[in-house]
Design a protein around this ligand. Sequence first.
Ligand code: APR
Length: 225
Amino acid sequence: MCYNLNKGDGSVAQLERALASGARSRGFKSPQTRFTLKREGKTVKVYIEGCEIELIQGDITEQETEAIVNAANEELIPGGGVDGAIHRKGGPVILEELRAKYKRCPTGEAVITKGGNLKAKHVIHTVGPIYKDGKSEEPELLKKAYQNSLKLALDYDLNSVAFPALSTGAYGYPMKEAAEIALKTVYDFLKKHKAPKKVVFVLWKEEHYQVFAETLKSLITSLEV
Ligand code: APR
């Protein structure tokens, strides 16, 4: 069954009302792909080529995916936000491994360590761009940060990865623009590589989750025939 999400007021609330009523999942067909969009509780899921993109509101350090992604800095020195939370919960072994293996991590690149006391076995540390004006290669660098994190996940045979909204805190990237890049980059990667099997976006605040849900809806709608 194919439902046209262009109908109605186009809001996330409308999307969620539509998904909550009647069928629990809806299929869409496009020339490039076939996917379903499903809502379970406070989670939105999209299935692409046998892989899943999931949006949740929560704390990335609580995720049980095989890897979680850290929003790090080039010096790999523990900071605040996601970085601080990961180092606090994961314990000192993460920093010890970073110090032993890597000097620094240029913006857009990614490195990997064990997860220490975290539920996730691995932490992928990537560095998103500091937002200036949107014309200083920030979109390309943000895209690279997601791509290189996903490539590391493939290199290490990791089936599930959780991302925060990279660069949208201390680094000041506007949430809507960051969400568009994040979702499109992950979507394109999954379509091409058919792995990792599950990518979760963990959004810290309700309004961040809403922006991601709305952006995901627009992405799906734009791909719908
Ligand atoms: N789980 C999920 N998301 C979180 C969490 C958490 N525990 N804590 C914060 N966030 C959200 C923020 O609200 C923001 O939307 O993660 C997003 C990224 O914010 P930051 O962690 O500040 O990351 P970033 O903007 O990429 O800045 C990186 O901050 O902590 C320093 O060392 C880090 O210098 C680097 C810079």
